[in-house]
Design a binder for this molecule. Structure first.
Ligand code: G4P
Length: 529
């Protein structure tokens, strides 16, 4: 197969949802279709169980399992599908944001009864900012839920999507009869039998055909006709170009648990989802078809074995081919590296691979060379735009609890931050270190890992911060900026990249600061123009 053909057959995407909407179940059904797993339940272990959220030993165990399910690849209709796993737990939202820099499209799963939920809003906002093509799957149609029109409305209002339904439910919950597939023009009858892998579909391209009454009953036929007529009037016709630009969002209905509507989703996805997209580097736009390798690190996973401090760096290939034992330039460090055992991911297994193509994810064993956001090339000095950090939610002073082990402690903190476990801020005033995390859980994880992987001990002390804001002075010499730095010196810190950060202790103080120093721009994301 030619290089071109290899690129064209790749679809790399992520599934995002609020916890419990059905992301894991859908992932599993997709893998079943791809023949990548034989039975349901295989991916399930990857979930961090709600009951165990305060148990970091459980998290550690899960961390091991989740290396294997970080990337789930399979072949379907001769296409190479790479699903990038995103943790559902909100304490790991930052991981999900980073993973979204490596996907070419996403599928958003919505629970029919709950509609659009908080975490979905945040994640979809990130996708929209980057114009990532989105397909929506409304799940759990076997249960009573919201009216289809209300849901489509919610997608527009809360997520700002321009929806175009490609399937439409016939009834719901107890009365759920099936789905009319607008994309394929057929009717898919619901049997409620989750063991059936292939559903029976009835081709049906003219809804006026009186056969419809015979198939789904006269009441359902009447409702379907009038609702679809309304939908046709209200929502735009599906336009693949608009979808690929992130301007229109196809919607499917189904029930992942019952394996219903999943094949339709997958078939359409394979037809329309983007092949590896070009990516912006600081220097230029890089196209997947370019022959020279470029790629970037979007995730680092520490090894479970504390005796071998090696880690797995996940690289998304943007252009060219990645080959085993070939020397590549680690741009930030300016040195050439060779990799003798790059890993590729297949279903739940990882294996050593000789060559990978754009869209693929390669796992590289690393002893501390990589940081999230690093670029690898064939020699060109190219830097993919960094992966932004968001303001953490929780902040604590981190103290050394064993003075004999300070070297180990700082090394440990440094490496854990490179992995993206949390963010480190150093107060300008006195050099004290503050750890900021998205969830309270990470503090335990850090403490545990420092002790078990680095032999260091830490303790925490509360530090009340409402938000970390990255400071953009526009003009650092301006008097207002100097005044801001003087008055707020107690609240100023540097992040790991040396960028100035204002740690606002309350919403009120943030607002006051913004109005008092209007020329000092404060951002909740570490990257801004
Ligand atoms: P998540 O990864 O988005 O967090 O969701 P997950 O797939 O784990 O699904 C959450 C719950 O919703 C699970 O039930 C799952 O079985 C159920 N579910 C998923 N799809 C459907 C569907 O189409 N219809 C119905 N009725 N339920 C669905 P659970 O009781 O939390 O877990 P389990 O005991 O079934 O594993």
């Amino acid at each position: 197969m030619s290089f071109q053909q290899e690129i064209l057959r790749r679809r790399t995407f992520g599934i995002i949802s609020h916890p419990d909407a059905g992301k894991t179940t859908l992932t599993e059904k997709l893998l079943l279709f791809g023949g990548a797993i034989q039975e349901a339940g295989a991916v399930k272990n990857n979930k961090i169980k709600k009951a165990a959220t305060s148990d970091f030993m459980e998290i550690e165990r899960q961390r091991g399992i989740s290396v294997a399910t970080s990337v789930l690849a399979f072949i379907y209709r001769d296409k190479k599908i790479n699903i990038l796993d995103t943790p559902g737990h909100k304490d790991f939202a930052e991981d999900t944001f980073r993973t979204l820099t490596a996907v070419d499209s996403v599928i958003v799963v919505i629970d029919v009864a709950k509609g659009v939920e908080e975490q979905t809003e945040k994640l979809v906002e990130v996708c929209r900012m980057r114009n990532i093509p989105i397909i929506v799957f409304i799940n759990k149609l076997d249960r009573e839920g919201k009216d289809a029109f209300d849901l489509l409305d919610e997608l527009e209002q809360k997520l700002g999507l321009t929806v175009s339904p490609l399937s439409y439910p016939i009834g719901m919950g107890y009365d759920f009869k099936g789905i009319y597939n607008i994309y394929e023009k057929n009717i898919n009858l619901f049997s409620g039998d989750s063991k059936k892998n292939i559903e029976e579909t009835i081709a049906f391209d003219n809804l006026e055909n009186p056969e419809l009454e015979k198939i789904i009953g006269s009441k359902a036929a009447e409702d379907l006709r009038s609702e679809l007529e309304l939908a046709n009037g209200v929502y735009p016709k599906f336009d693949i170009e608009a979808y690929l630009k992130g301007e229109q969002h196809p919607v499917f209905f189904g029930s992942a648990l019952n394996n219903f509507g999943v094949r339709e989703l997958l078939d359409c996805f394979v037809d329309i989802a983007p092949t590896p997209r070009p990516k912006m580097a600081e220097e230029r736009l890089v196209d997947a078809n370019e022959e020279d390798l470029t790629g970037f690190v979007f995730k680092i996973h520490a090894n479970m074995d504390p005796k071998h401090r090696d880690r797995l760096a996940f690289i998304k290939i943007v252009s060219g081919t990645f080959e085993r034992n070939k020397a590549y330039l680690h741009v930030r460090q300016g040195k050439k590296l060779k990799f003798s055992s790059p890993n590729a991911f297949f279903a739940e297994k990882k294996e050593i691979i000789d060559i990978s193509y754009p869209g693929d994810i390669v796992g590289l064993h690393d002893t501390g060379n990589f940081k999230i956001g690093d670029t690898l090339t064939q020699g060109e000095h190219l830097n993919y735009k960094g992966i932004p950090s968001f303001s953490p939610e929780h902040f604590r002073y981190i103290n050394n609890a064993d003075p004999m082990k300070s070297k180990q402690l700082y090394k440990g903190i440094d490496q854990l931050m490179d992995e993206g476990v949390a963010q480190l801020f150093t107060l300008e005033m006195n050099g004290r270190k503050i750890v900021g995390t998205v969830g309270a859980l990470q503090f335990e994880v850090i403490q545990y890992r420092l002790e078990h992987e680095y032999g260091a001990k830490c303790s925490y002390e509360n530090f009340p911060v409402y938000k970390a804001c990255w400071v953009d002075p526009k003009d650092p010499k301006n008097e207002e900026f100097k005044e801001f730095k003087r008055v707020k010196s107690k609240f100023l810190a540097k992040d790991k990249q040396g960028q100035l950060v204002f740690l606002a202790d309350s919403q009120f103080s943030l607002q006051m600061t913004q109005s008092k120093y209007p020329s000092v721009k404060l951002h909740f994301v570490s990257e801004f123009d």
